[in-house]
Write a protein that binds this ligand. Structure first.
Ligand SMILES: [Zn+2]
Length: 333
């Protein structure tokens, strides 16, 4: 009996997520005044000189990549939901997810479509592939609050990704009665084919295999979010990456992280740059690229379309590689 308990303890190494969080914003935010082209050059140089890159990605990256939750992409794909539930509630995919669906058939009718459109059907978006191209030659790690699986699709290795808030491709017990998540992609496919009048047939509604209760999307939206073994392993690897590279030249490359949930990426990244003199922050954001003034040249905050800035940084980094190669060739001659 004692042996069993010991082995179970060894297997489930729970990681305390709060150790990675920080709720304290900087007091000296500024929009940097340097011209765009200069910022692009500085960002490219920081990446060139980095020993390791720590990517932090939020909703703004996926929006810039084309996985837009509103506008025509929403109205084109969710017309029948807007007609059924009303345009006052069905304004975009973010708000629609909070609609109080009256039944499990209605809930899964919506979520199977949402998950299909944002997680299952899209292949790797070019912008995510650009991120991969930028960092693939260096030690890197991805911390993301996005749940659309794009980092995996773009080529990042599972061992280098920690998606803290779940995944649209997975489902869990709605009460989190056991620490396991289940692949939902096959189910969503069947639901998509069978959906009528925004509802899925009752026989497709999933039930918890342990308690028999309702299932839910594997998304952190309440206290029942399941942190399964894979989640805990990813959290541990994130901690190990930070420890391993603490004294290296690390560039936190923050992409599209706003002020909705700044405690997971934005504030902790700032704290780490503050504490490690050799770290330098690159922050790309459409309109919230403020950086702490006290970081001086150890921060580049580019307030622009992320797709444009990333592409320009890659071009600049490529040009720099080229000039280094040319210089090398000359030396050999
Ligand atoms: Zn259950």
């Amino acid at each position: 009996m004692a042996i069993q308990i010991l082995s179970r303890e060894k297997k489930s190494k729970k990681v305390d997520f709060s150790q990675f969080l920080n709720g304290v914003p900087a007091r000296d935010y500024v929009f940097q005044s340097a011209p765009y082209e200069q910022q692009i050059r500085e960002a490219a140089q920081l990446l060139e000189r980095a020993d390791a890159v720590l990517i932090g990605a939020g909703a703004g990256l996926s929006t810039a990549a084309g996985l837009n939750y509103g506008g025509k992409r929403f109205t084109d794909n969710f017309r029948e939901f807007i007609e059924k539930y009303g345009s006052a509630y069905m304004t975009d995919m973010y708000s629609a997810g909070f609609y109080p669906f009256p039944s499990e058939e209605a809930k899964w009718g919506y979520w199977s479509k949402h998950a299909w459109l944002n997680r299952v059907e899209p292949s790797a978006m070019p912008l995510y592939q650009t991120v991969y191209e930028l960092v693939k030659e260096k030690p890197h790690f991805v911390l993301t609050t996005n749940v659309d699986h794009q980092f995996w699709k773009a080529g990042f290795a599972d061992e280098n990704i920690f998606a803290t808030q779940g995944d649209y491709g997975e489902i869990q017990c709605a009460r989190g009665c056991h620490d396991k998540v289940y692949d939902g992609t096959g189910l969503f496919h069947r639901m998509n084919l069978a959906r009528k009048d925004c509802l899925v047939p009752t026989e497709l509604v999933p039930r918890c295999p342990v308690c028999g209760g309702k299932m839910a999307m594997h998304l952190r939206c309440d206290q029942y979010f399941v942190e399964d073994e894979h989640w805990n392993e990813a959290a541990a690897r994130y901690g190990a990456f930070l420890k391993e590279h603490k004294t290296d030249k690390v560039v936190p490359l923050e992409l599209g992280v706003g002020f909705n949930t700044p405690t997971i990426i934005r504030f902790p990244f700032e704290q780490m740059v503050r504490e490690n003199r050799d770290w330098a922050l690159i922050r790309l954001n459409l309109d919230e690229a403020v950086v702490p003034e006290s970081f001086g040249s150890r921060a580049v905050g580019i307030n622009d379309d992320i797709a444009r800035s990333l592409e320009d940084i890659r071009r600049e980094a490529g040009a720099e590689n080229l000039s280094i190669e040319k210089a090398g060739e000359k030396d050999e001659e």
